[in-house]
Design a protein around this ligand. Sequence first.
Ligand code: ADP
Length: 187
Amino acid sequence: MRAVLLGPPGAGKGTQAARLTERFGVPAISTGDIFRANVKGGTELGRKAQEYMNAGQLVPDEVTNAMVRARLAEDDAAAGFLLDGYPRNPEQAVELDSMLADLGVELDVAIEITADFDVVTERLLKRAEIEGRADDTEPVIRKRLEVYATSTAPLTAFYAGRGLLVQVDGLGEIDEVTERLVAAVAR
Ligand code: ADP
């Protein structure tokens, strides 16, 4: 399976990606996780990404695209992958097409987890109390949702136009959502 996972911040992409990875035996590749690991490790990539992440803005495409291109070329992604958090704008989607063309493979499905902004804001504020992520503050959450609406939401139509989109309701129990996702992908 070669899939991208779409949906607003707080929709549960990371949680569900971890579960789908087990079901389908392909690696979950989360650009947010890779950036956070690099920030923590104090790498050059982390230094480049940090200020954008803390402001709720997208890390510049040239940085993100190069990182994803390198990751997709690794051995464990050869038989499939689940991309979580990439692409996040139309330019990245076009770049992903070029990466996959170079690898001689195609995307099977774009899965959108839907959830309304009030619900995700509440979830993210709750997560802030538990995990203390630097970007889970109210003003930054608002900015991330704005960036999502402007830059990322158009990807729904982009993938729908290619017949690749499946939409899954992200509200409800975590297990329930996982089963919906598995069913949607199997169609
Ligand atoms: P969320 O989806 O909850 O906002 P992520 O962990 O996916 O969280 O992303 C956190 C931050 O990492 C984003 O706000 C952004 O700054 C950066 N980031 C992640 N993926 C991308 C991407 N594809 N392009 C640019 N920046 C990204």
